[in-house]
Ligand binder design. Structure first.
Ligand SMILES: [Zn+2]
Length: 473
């Protein structure tokens, strides 16, 4: 029943004849990418039943034991777990709900089989899609969502739950738990630091993970001590790497520094030796970091890079494209000093990323793709993000870990995701090249297996063509 309706959804979206599936699937002669150990196991067969991997092993053995009419020859190809984008947004207003929904197949076409939605202003729709996808009524990546995020009173962001007292935090968390959110997102635009800490502690007491932009007045270590689970954006780790973090934060809170000025001082006072010690302390507290490095890079270099002819622009709707203007217009107003400061900050971010890994902090690969965040394209953006990690000095294996293993670990789903192994979800990529050798190989997608459904290159191209046609309307 579930398969039949998913099949209908797929045929609807792709505009193609229904592929033959629902029966078992056998992937033969594959090089299996073992992300954990950074090695490739040659000539394996992978038997899939329903949405789960049933067996993996030497081709001769497995193919005899699990005969099925539906077979794929993966000779010379590489099979790895599907990608997780741990920071996306669906939003931009009620009138963009359909355009956001159209992003779902786009993620799949790029091999992103799971996304973590970090809040915006169309949460009811996102919650609906989460169920529809899980029940096989809609084609898209598995969605984990925070629902609406917590903020202070009258913040810049739309669609938030505004809290200013512990009682309001309690009521907000009750509401989020009633929505069965997967984690809690908290941001600092107008939220008071003591309420921030209370929200983190209370969420933890209720067994909820938290992900945040931390208030400047609070050191990252204090946020970690309160029990914060993940920090969004690498900038905050530059802040944590300044020995003067607490003093600068206090000056900002006292109104002696603007947000931008404080951010520049964190960069100017960053101290590598101090930072290394701090990152070990943060790692010991179990906090994870979503760097969104590619986003930082795009914004830092808007002054010299023209994105107006990016081919991926054709894949997203006109309303979403329009939301990109906000950041572009803001960047256009920047003074030469501000532009230089942005470049400097990005150059430092690139140095900080490997220090975080060295310190033992889990990295969650995430893009910040969706609306507002210009030229950071849903689907493609994750491959760009992984490329930035490797450019910054991570190994391809470390980049792959950040996009396949740390996300499941963060959300408590490691038993089900993160490896090509029996009992794991049949969310797989079949690649033309070895991603452990070159991270660019994650872009060379031959097929995606989505919850047991094989989408070959033709089907993936059909999804892309469909996205293009819808965006052009
Ligand atoms: Zn974000």
């Amino acid at each position: 029943m579930r398969f039949r309706s998913a099949l209908a959804a797929f045929a609807l979206l792709a505009g193609t004849a229904a592929p033959a599936w629902a029966e078992d699937l056998l992937i033969r002669h594959a090089n299996v990418v073992d992300v954990t150990h950074g090695r490739v196991i040659p000539n394996q067969a992978i038997s899939v039943r329903g949405d789960t991997i049933r067996a993996v092993g030497p081709d001769r053995t497995i193919s005899r034991r699990y005969r099925t009419s539906r077979q794929v020859d993966a000779s010379g190809r590489f099979v790895m777990p599907g990608l997780w984008d741990m920071h996306v947004h669906f939003g931009g207003g009620q009138e963009l709900i359909e355009e956001n929904k159209d992003l779902l197949p786009l993620y799949v076409a790029y091999g992103v089989t799971t996304v973590r939605d970090c809040a915006a202003d169309i949460s009811p729709s996102v919650l609906e899609w989460r169920s529809a996808i899980a029940e096989g009524r809609l084609l898209g990546p598995r969605i984990f969502t925070s629902g609406p995020k917590l903020e202070g009173y009258k913040p810049l962001w739309k669609g938030t739950i505004e809290v200013g007292t512990p009682a309001e935090v309690n009521a907000a968390l009750d509401r989020l738990q009633a929505m069965r959110v997967d984690f809690v997102k908290i941001t600092d635009n107008t939220l008071k630091p003591d309420i921030f800490r209370y929200a983190v502690q209370e969420a933890k007491r209720r067994g909820l993970k938290t992900s945040a932009h931390t208030p400047y007045a609070l050191t990252i270590l204090r946020a970690a001590d309160a029990g914060l689970s993940s920090i969004e954006h690498l900038d905050y780790l530059i802040k944590a790497g300044s020995p003067r973090e607490a003093r600068i934060g206090a000056e900002y809170a006292a109104g002696k520094l603007t947000y931008a000025a404080a951010s520049d001082v964190f960069v100017d006072t960053f101290d590598a030796a101090y930072a290394k010690g701090m990152y070990r302390k943060l790692a010991a507290r179990g906090i994870a970091v979503t760097p969104t490095l590619n986003m930082s890079r795009i914004l830092a270099y808007l002054d010299r890079e023209d994105h107006s002819k990016d081919p991926a622009l054709a894949l997203i709707g006109p309303g979403l494209r329009k939301t990109y203007d906000w950041r572009v217009e803001r960047a256009a107003k920047a003074t030469p000093e501000q532009i230089a400061a942005r470049h400097k900050k990005y150059e430092l971010s690139v140095k900080v990323l490997p220090m975080l890994v060295e310190g033992g902090i889990p990295i969650l690969a995430g893009t910040d793709a969706g609306y507002l965040n210009s030229f950071n394209y849903p689907g493609q953006g994750l491959h760009d993000e992984l490329q930035r990690y490797v450019e910054a000095g991570l190994t391809p294996q470390q980049a792959l870990i950040s996009a396949t293993m740390t996300g499941p670990a963060f959300l408590g789903h490691s038993a089900r995701y993160g490896a090509v192994a029996p009992g794991k979800a049949a969310d797989l990529l079949i690649l033309d090249a070895n991603p452990l050798q070159s991270i660019a190989a994650t872009r060379a997608i031959r097929s995606v297996v989505l919850r047991g459904t094989l989408l070959d290159r033709g089907a993936l191209d059909a999804l892309l063509a469909q996205a293009k046609a819808k965006a052009a309307r």
